[in-house]
Ligand binder design. Structure first.
Ligand SMILES: C[S@@+](CC[C@H](N)C(=O)[O-])C[C@H]1O[C@@H](n2cnc3c(N)ncnc32)[C@H](O)[C@@H]1O
Length: 273
């Protein structure tokens, strides 16, 4: 391991905005913070939003700066990346953002029923051969259902066509409400998406440099819905099975294969956490 990484790990142990529980504290058991984040960590009762696979925590830090009336938790297993966001939040005195270093597979150990009000998933690993390992898969969404408030918004930002297609099919298959779906956020001038364009993660900047289109999907997750896996991916990444499409258009106002759904809920625009 590089000296730089070791230094960061050592420094993070002293950061009061980073929680790094050992494996034994979370494997098949509840962590002591479960159900106590408001009182023990944030000292307020503001809604809590998660950034999953936060990397350097660009969304956690930027949203926390912009929305002091919310709390944010960036979660990732990679400590050296997280160090950057944690250090920045500390140096700016941002008190409504903290970081949790853990495997997201154990996320149910950390949050109690209804403790969380929204989720951002920023550039998740595509897992091309193992869709259930995607942070936006049914397996993970089922975990999130346990602690998310009913119909909380899940935001997904990705460069990856397969992940975007999978998530869209999942949403259509399960008739979840889509708030926004964009195939290329940096090509639109839509003001509602300004914040989505302005906050660029580390990976996003690389993907933009490779001329990849950045996609964005925001949907509501119903708490008690039994989720079905979407059908196998189609050859045309923009197509949706006809029967699903007809159903979904009634629900979401989708207008065909370009998927520029404009069924934006202005009380809950995607630019808000
Ligand atoms: C492609 S990177 C994106 C990082 C950051 N969101 C960005 O856009 O720059 C994916 C991140 O997800 C994290 N990750 C993937 N699966 C995870 C899991 N099961 N538990 C915790 N972190 C995970 C990885 O460690 C990595 O930092």
């Amino acid at each position: 391991m590089s000296k730089n990484k070791l230094q960061r790990f050592a420094e993070m142990k002293r950061f009061n905005n980073v929680i790094e529980p050992p494996f034994e504290e979370v494997f098949q058991k509840d962590h002591q913070l479960k159900g106590r984040w408001h009182d023990s960590v944030f000292d307020n009762d503001h809604p809590i939003i998660l950034e999953l696979g936060c990397g350097k925590g660009e969304y956690t830090v930027n949203l926390a700066r912009r929305y002091p009336q919310y709390n944010f938790i960036g979660i990732d297993i990679k400590g050296a990346r997280m160090w950057k966001g944690a250090k920045q939040a500390l140096s700016e005195g941002i008190r409504n953002a903290v970081f949790l270093r853990t495997r997201i597979d154990f996320i149910r150990s950390f949050f109690a029923c209804d403790e969380i009000s929204g989720i951002w998933i920023t550039f998740p690993d595509p897992q091309p051969k193992k869709p259930l390992k995607r942070l936006v898969s049914t397996r993970f969404l089922e975990r999130y259902q346990h602690f998310l408030q009913h119909r909380s918004v899940v935001h997904l930002k990705t460069d990856n066509t397969q992940v975007h297609q999978y998530a869209r099919l999942l949403v259509y298959t399960n008739e979840l409400e889509i708030l926004r779906n964009e195939g290329d956020v940096h090509a639109t001038r839509d003001e509602d998406l300004q914040e989505i364009r302005n906050i660029k993660t580390f990976y996003e900047q690389q993907f933009i440099g490779e001329n990849k289109k950045i996609k964005y999907l925001a949907f509501r997750l119903d708490k008690d819905k039994v989720l079905a896996e979407p059908p196998e991916e189609e050859e045309d990444p923009w197509s949706v099975p006809k029967d699903k499409k007809e159903k979904s258009e009634a629900v979401t106002g989708a207008r065909g294969n370009d998927f520029q759904e404009k069924q934006l809920d202005h009380n809950n625009p995607p630019a808000q956490p």
